[in-house]
Design a protein around this ligand. Structure first.
Ligand code: IPE
Ligand code: IPE
Ligand code: MG
Length: 249
């Protein structure tokens, strides 16, 4: 077991986003069905939420289902939706008790009725919690999100509610699903693929990206802490030069 690194508590990211990938491969490696991997993945989600609370991370965004995932075999899609409803019903009491607020991004009205209803109930119930915000990306497509925001911007301009110079980056951000959620400082994708897969294309402009070969069901507390330690070693320059960031070095 590797030692837990010391973290700089002054430099904990406020928002960490996850592309939770590799459930299927994890299950296959064990000679199991893909859904077995998805169920194990729920345990990782729980452990990551717990760890995030300990570290004082304010926002976690988890990519749980993309618009492209509808193209999977129907029994897998159905199994994932059932797992979502089950996880919410099992966890919502404890989440609420621990001060977790649930938000969603993506077109949740396009999910099966029972998923939609259980998400609505859980988001409503937890809406005043502020310990940690858990954002679930469900039926989410970053390109769709940008198109929708563009259409809203067009309407605002047409109706004269805003003028062209007012359509700033922050105004445009406020038209996205992630309105009021700060951009992630860190994105972690598990399972070896080095791609974004239509996730948070606008919001990730200056996010630190971390790719790990670990499959999502094996991504637990220690690796999360190591990922934060890795993040803390990076110099975020935002287009500037090192001397401007660290003037004394
Ligand atoms: C991620 O694991 C979960 C979802 C996309 C819902 P995958 O199901 O993509 O697992 P792999 O990538 O096939 O191993
Ligand atoms: C991305 O994983 C979507 C989620 C984690 C929900 P995928 O497994 O669907 O991504 P690709 O198809 O490998 O890019
Ligand atoms: Mg995958």
């Amino acid at each position: 077991m590797t030692a837990t690194p010391q973290l700089d508590l002054q430099n904990i990211p406020k928002h960490v986003a996850f592309i939770m990938d590799g459930n299927g491969r994890w299950a296959k490696n064990k000679g199991q069905q893909r859904l077995f991997g998805h169920a194990a993945g729920v345990e990782s989600v729980k452990e990551i939420i717990k760890t995030a609370r300990e570290l004082g991370i304010a926002y976690l965004t988890m990519y749980a289902f993309s618009t492209e995932n509808w193209a999977r075999p129907s029994d897998e899609v159905e199994g994932l939706m059932n797992l979502l409803v089950e996880a919410i019903s099992n966890e919502v009491d404890e989440m609420h008790q621990k001060g977790v607020r649930l938000l969603t991004i993506g077109d949740i009205q396009g999910l099966p009725g029972n998923c939609y209803q259980s998400l609505l109930a859980a988001t409503e119930r937890t809406k005043n919690n502020r310990e940690l915000t858990l954002v679930l990306a469900l039926n989410y497509s970053a390109r769709q999100e940008i198109i929708q925001a563009t259409l809203k911007a067009h309407e605002l301009l047409q109706s004269g509610s805003i003028s062209t110079p007012e359509l700033t980056e922050s105004q445009f951000s406020s038209l996205l699903n992630t309105k009021d959620i700060p951009d992630p400082e860190l994105l972690i994708r598990t399972s070896g693929e080095c791609r974004i897969s239509n996730f948070l294309l606008w919001q990730l402009s200056y996010t630190e990206l971390l790719f790990t070969d670990t499959h999502w069901p094996d991504f637990r507390r220690n690796e999360f802490i190591n990922a934060i330690a890795n993040y803390q070693k990076r110099e975020r320059r935002f287009g500037m030069v090192s001397e401007q960031i660290q003037p004394n070095e």
